[in-house]
Design a protein around this ligand. Structure first.
Ligand SMILES: [Zn+2]
Length: 81
């Protein structure tokens, strides 16, 4: 039953979009200032923080806890909480 409700919600959104004129103003750039960035070491699972921006795409990161080296691919999931 949950999937039915979701389908209705999506259809409603599509109808609202179709009803808007093409000249409707849109914001296509949303900025988020991250105040706290952290991830967990893939070797020892220690929480590593102190990064001031998006660390995706960084390589040769050394874990402060166990000394393991690892990379964060650009495709890594970014969770905004
Ligand atoms: Zn570690």
């Amino acid at each position: 039953m949950k999937s039915t409700a979701k389908t209705v919600a999506v259809d409603t959104q599509a109808q609202q979009d179709a009803a808007r004129p093409a000249s409707r103003l849109k914001v296509m750039h949303v900025q988020v200032q991250a105040l706290q960035v952290w991830f967990h070491c893939p070797s020892c699972n220690a929480a590593l923080e102190g990064y001031l921006s998006d660390p995706r795409g960084c390589s040769d990161i050394t874990c402060d806890a166990c000394g393991s080296e690892f990379d964060i691919p650009k495709a890594a999931e970014l969770v905004i909480s």
